[in-house]
Design a protein around this ligand. Structure first.
Ligand SMILES: Cc1cc2nc3c(=O)[nH]c(=O)nc-3n(C[C@H](O)[C@H](O)[C@H](O)COP(=O)(O)OP(=O)(O)OC[C@H]3O[C@@H](n4cnc5c(N)ncnc54)[C@H](O)[C@@H]3O)c2cc1C
Length: 427
């Protein structure tokens, strides 16, 4: 029904923009996470940004206190299960957005941290749940020789005919009782430099070679404790952005993992990759909605400080247009990120490329918002004095992180082709 106002008033607005009313629990959790993002993630993220990659990971670094502070929030993976799905999805989205608003690198670190535990819970393996609980985890799927190729599932459509698939640089031999791992993961694995446990995706030989008759690599998904003999690390990676997120190579020299630590063997492997990516890829949308919002807020504030043309920037019509354009893009990011998350959590059959379409839209829009905010700061934005320059560096990596955006969009196009072949849109 039409809602009538008796006088002209401003719209209802909250931390997350033009939001429908939050229930009591949502408002309380959002408030707590916002405070954590403002008082812990943002200042520590800025401090870590100025340190070398090795200093970030060193004992005594402020990086470690983030985990201690986060633990106090009590945001365990089962927190959301007590809410009905619509509330749970909005809460999950709001938590991710606040964290991204605080610091993108730390937000990614904190979300990836629980991924091995989430997988152990999903397969219902209590031994692995106990192994992963309370530990810093990572998701190890890309290798030096296998970046974009990790998403090539469909050999017929995606791979040059007759050419064997890409096994990558980290390989497993699966025996009767144990899995022996050799090689290395890519330097890009988030938390790779500090993780205690990995959720590993590897090409595997079950005794009949690494490739099936169509050239597609066999695979295994396995939880790997990273204190096993034969595990070593490279130097933490120096990057231009998300510097608070420790990344770096992990090497495996005849590392022996009990076979019962496998969560998907042989025929279950590609389904497991798809479920993991469909689930986890949603986080990028929430985190970079938060980054876009942070850039918008910084620009809005600056426009109320800086005078040019005889008046504050905010009083120029063109500047108001630019802020309006940024705000509508932040709202777009939020809407797409939430829809993508709800689909991934609730649909009976999600898909990585469906999740990835949300990630592409959000990160491309976030990059536009951050760039526009940076330009609104004029020359000041290019100095280290104003925090907007950090967001410019942080958002760049998001266009590649979790899959490079042009390739993810191409894969969405393959999905259109596949769905059309099944009759979609032809009714
Ligand atoms: C901040 C950050 C965090 C990350 N976190 C993780 C993590 O937690 N775990 C993990 O395993 N990995 C992680 N990654 C790795 C990330 O998934 C890869 O960097 C990404 O998938 C791209 O792979 P690549 O870097 O090897 O680039 P490449 O695959 O070598 O691509 C290089 C360029 O070639 C293009 N290209 C590639 N293939 C094709 C093709 N078939 N046709 C046309 N063009 C093509 C791409 O679009 C790209 O522009 C992270 C990366 C970053 C930057």
């Amino acid at each position: 029904m039409l809602k009538l106002k008796s006088e002209l008033s401003l719209p209802a607005v909250g931390l997350t923009g033009f939001e429908t009313p939050l229930c009591e629990e949502e408002a309380a959790i959002q408030g707590v996470v916002h405070q954590f993002a403002r008082d812990v993630l943002r200042p520590i993220g800025r401090e870590l940004d100025k340190m070398t990659a090795a200093e970030v990971c060193a004992p005594g670094s402020p990086f470690w206190s983030v985990f201690e502070e986060a633990a106090k929030l009590g945001m365990t993976p089962d927190l959301l299960e007590q809410f009905e799905p619509a509330v749970a999805h909005r809460l999950e989205s709001m938590i991710g957005e606040e964290m991204g608003w605080g610091d993108a690198g730390l937000a990614v670190s904190l979300t990836v941290m629980n991924f091995p535990l989430e997988m152990a819970r999903a397969v219902g393996n209590q031994e692995l749940v106990e192994l992963c609980a309370g530990k810093i985890g990572c998701w190890m799927i890309t290798h030096p020789d296998k970046g974009t190729d990790v998403g090539a599932f469909d050999m017929q459509r995606e791979w040059p005919a007759g050419q064997p698939g890409n096994k990558g640089s980290m390989l497993a031999r699966v025996g009767a009782d144990e899995i022996v791992i050799n090689g290395q993961c890519s330097a890009w694995v988030s938390n790779g430099a500090v993780a205690q446990v990995a959720l590993g995706y590897l090409s595997a030989d079950y005794g009949n070679g690494f490739l099936d008759e169509n050239g597609r690599p066999h695979g295994v998904t396995v939880i790997i404790p990273l204190d096993l003999p034969g595990v070593s690390r490279g130097k933490p990676l120096e990057k231009i952005g998300q510097r608070a997120l420790p990344q770096g190579e992990i090497y495996f020299d005849n590392v022996k993992v009990p076979k019962r630590f496998a969560v998907a063997l042989q025929d279950e492997y590609y389904g497991n990759v798809a479920s993991a990516w469909s689930f986890a890829g949603t986080h990028m949308g929430q985190v970079f909605t938060g980054v876009a919002r942070a850039a918008f807020e910084m620009a809005l504030h600056y426009c109320h400080e800086r005078k040019q043309g005889g008046q504050l920037l905010i009083d120029h019509q063109l500047t108001r247009y630019r802020l309006g354009d940024m705000l509508r893009r932040v709202e777009l990011c939020r809407a797409v990120a939430r829809r993508s998350l709800a689909y991934a959590r609730q649909s009976p059959s999600g898909h990585p490329w469906a999740t990835a379409s949300g990630k592409v839209t959000v990160t491309e829009e976030a990059e536009k918002v951050v760039t526009e905010a940076f330009r609104l700061f004029g020359g000041n934005g290019t100095t280290l004095e104003y925090p907007i320059e950090k967001l410019v560096r942080d958002v760049r990596a998001a266009l590649i992180e979790d899959g490079e955006n042009t390739m993810l969009t191409t894969r969405l196009g393959y999905l259109c082709q596949q769905l059309y072949a099944e009759g979609w849109t032809q009714g």
